[in-house]
Design a protein around this ligand. Sequence first.
Ligand SMILES: Nc1ncnc2c1ncn2[C@@H]1O[C@H](COP(=O)(O)OP(=O)(O)OP(=O)(O)O)[C@@H](O)[C@H]1O
Ligand SMILES: [Mg+2]
Length: 283
Amino acid sequence: MSLSERIKKLAGLGSATSNDVNRAKVIAVAAQKGGVGKTTTAVNLALAMAKFQDLKTLLVDLDGQGHVAASLASITPDIIGASLSDILLGHGRSISEIVHPTQVTNLSVTASDKGLAATEGILSGRIGKEFLLRGTIKQARSDFDVILLDCPPNLGNLTLNAMAAADYCLVPCDMSPLSLAGVSDLLVVVETVQDRLGHDLKVLGILPTRVDRRNWRVTEHVLNELAELYGELVFDNHIPINSFLARAQIKGVPVFDLDPSGNGATAYKELAGEVLQRIKAAN
Ligand SMILES: Nc1ncnc2c1ncn2[C@@H]1O[C@H](COP(=O)(O)OP(=O)(O)OP(=O)(O)O)[C@@H](O)[C@H]1O
Ligand SMILES: [Mg+2]
């Protein structure tokens, strides 16, 4: 397959798509490498979709580190009760029991679940293990416009479940050669999900993150490689290094409140618009 044919297939161009506007679009934010900005992207994209695009948005934390809840601590109530593990392990819970509204209109989150890493291990022995999340997410599709899945930093069972549940995959890539190599590995998994699981998963885009103009030589190298290898799959919007994004995560406060007109907030606000344009173009 030629490079341009491969890019077209990954983007889902030419494949049949659903026109059912009442169903949420589900986007998995996934990358093989840790620390590339998956959670920062999932959290700020979810906030931007809810605040600026007026879309009913659900953010699902698939990572046992609990970083989504920490990032949104100031706007999320303390949550106890059922967890995603209960659902994945078949303990008879439904998604509505783990979805909680936040103080931001239109934004709900799932409870964080420190047991997810252990759950992932248990799942590996189960038949149909790739599809456990899919049924759960399906129940929530009619209640939301957008569902974002924040994946853990590996290509294990939970990331595979996210991909099998999602319509689109969004791949953050920071400006390091290791991250670049990780994109290639992730796209192979997307192709496996398309071919072996027969699931119509599209790559929504590859998102350059932590773009650092002060370290331009390495940054330029990674950006050029991304453009050369993945062409139109790379988002036009890039996320700059911005200390307010990191501070917002530590404080548990939305960056749109902490530094509303800063580079980081603006980049994620604009990314939300580009994401919606790409979804429209694919349907
Ligand atoms: N654009 C940015 N500018 C400055 N700091 C950032 C930016 N994006 C992310 N960070 C910081 O980098 C660290 C890693 O980001 P984040 O938690 O989003 O990555 P991750 O891919 O979800 O990590 P993990 O693999 O551990 O889940 C965090 O401290 C975060 O605040
Ligand atoms: Mg994370």
